[in-house]
Design a binder for this molecule. Structure first.
Ligand code: NAI
Ligand code: MG
Length: 367
């Protein structure tokens, strides 16, 4: 098949790490049988400089038409003073909103060569491979009312509202169970039904969806606070963790620190399946930002970006074998001792972005 990608490199190190993805695409096109074509667009500060907006309508249309969007990173001090609506992050937020990307997948995987980079002891994280699934378009970040009111007596009142409807919980649980079926068949749902109504409904709907459609998958429920403790105490007990927008924001950052550097962390955001084409809207991006402190130096770690593209192969294109190959090539490259600055321990020799990319492609060629 031929797949059409939209590449949005963005700002700072975004274009530097995206360049390595282009080389992986070239490698896959040579190997066949699937072929990738791609278009590129501006997003974030670089788009503001050219068009005074952080993403253009034309690029949005391309994003909607593409089989997947591959996103680098946006932002930087250069754009600190641009109007709020045109700030670099607005481009990413519009993509998430207009593509209705409600499911955010954040894998936490420990590569053997980096097990000592974890915030935890080696034996707790060796072989770790968990998936945090965060609801991304609902909950307290978007619920109305959302206000700050002056109470007039020197006091103000701030209100945020957590809202979840049945359909929102149902669709994110389906993604969780489907993911688990391709992994170790276990889902842990986290909420706080002891103090929150949204937690009560969350737990109920996840359980019903399980009982109706996914009886073959093991389902457990945990309170999000003690779940956070368990994540640090014994992370390997988990397979897929599904949780709301707020708890997911916190728990995915905690899980990230079990595995090491920002430069290693990949993510995917998935939307609805189009009933006509049977394709799911999707955007793949590294967890890190534009890293202005190292931009332009050719030293950024391209692994998070490459691993994000690997997720595209797995979740948008049914190319699980090629996705596994990318993971293996990354592991082998690290195993040989190659390190960018962010993942090197004291005294280790470091390589640049391009050299790391070349080494990964070299390993891919051996597989
Ligand atoms: P950051 O993720 O850009 O950088 C944090 C630290 O990690 C820096 O020291 C950076 O050098 C290092 N780092 C990040 N990625 C790396 C990589 N691939 N290789 C080596 N080192 C890496 O976060 P920060 O500094 O808070 O934000 C910088 C800019 O990026 C800001 O404008 C922020 O708004 C934006 N940002 C954008 C995101 C996105 O596009 N999704 C996400 C987070 C921040
Ligand atoms: Mg966060």
């Amino acid at each position: 098949a031929t797949y059409n990608l939209l590449l949005l490199p963005g700002d700072g190190i975004g274009p530097e790490v995206m360049a390595e993805v282009k080389r992986i695409i070239e490698f896959l096109n040579k190997k066949g049988p699937n072929r990738f074509t791609y278009d590129e667009g501006l997003v974030g500060g670089s788009c503001y400089d050219a068009h005074q907006v952080s993403i253009t309508d034309e690029t949005m249309e391309k994003a909607k038409a593409a089989d997947a969007v591959i996103f680098g990173a946006v932002g930087g001090p250069k754009w600190d003073k641009v109007p709020y609506e045109a700030r670099p992050e607005a481009g990413l937020l519009r993509l998430r909103k207009d593509l209705a990307l409600y499911a955010n997948l954040r894998p936490a995987v420990t590569y053997p060569a980096l097990a000592d980079a974890s915030a935890l002891k080696r034996e707790l994280v060796e072989g770790l491979d968990i998936m945090i699934l965060r609801e991304l378009t609902g909950g307290v970040y978007f619920g109305e009312p959302k206000t700050i009111t002056d109470l007039g007596n020197g006091q103000k009142r701030a209100v945020d509202t957590q809202v979840y409807d049945t359909y929102e919980i149902e669709r994110i649980s389906r993604v969780a169970f489907e993911l688990a079926r391709k992994r170790r068949n276990k889902v842990t749902s986290m909420e706080k039904h002891n103090v929150m109504k949204t937690g009560v409904l969350w737990k109920e709907v996840v359980q019903q969806t399980h009982d109706r459609e996914f009886k073959d998958v093991t389902l457990e429920h945990q309170l999000a606070d003690s779940g956070g403790m368990q994540l640090v105490k014994n992370p390997k007990q988990f397979d897929v963790i599904v949780t709301d927008n707020l708890f997911g924001d916190l728990l995915s950052d905690i899980a990230a620190m079990l595995t090491g550097s920002l430069g290693m962390l990949a993510s995917a955001s998935l939307g609805e399946v189009d009933p006509k084409t049977q394709k799911r809207k999707a955007l793949y991006e590294p967890v890190h930002g534009s890293a202005p402190d190292i931009a332009g130096k050719g030293v950024a770690n391209p692994i998070a970006m490459i691993a994000s593209f690997g997720m595209a192969l797995r979740y948008s294109f049914d190319m699980g074998k090629e996705a596994d190959m990318i993971d293996q090539a990354i592991a082998a490259t690290l195993g040989k001792g190659l390190r960018t600055g962010d993942i090197a321990s004291a005294g280790m020799k470091t390589v640049g972005t391009e050299e790391m990319g070349s080494a990964i492609i070299e390993e891919l060629e051996k597989l």
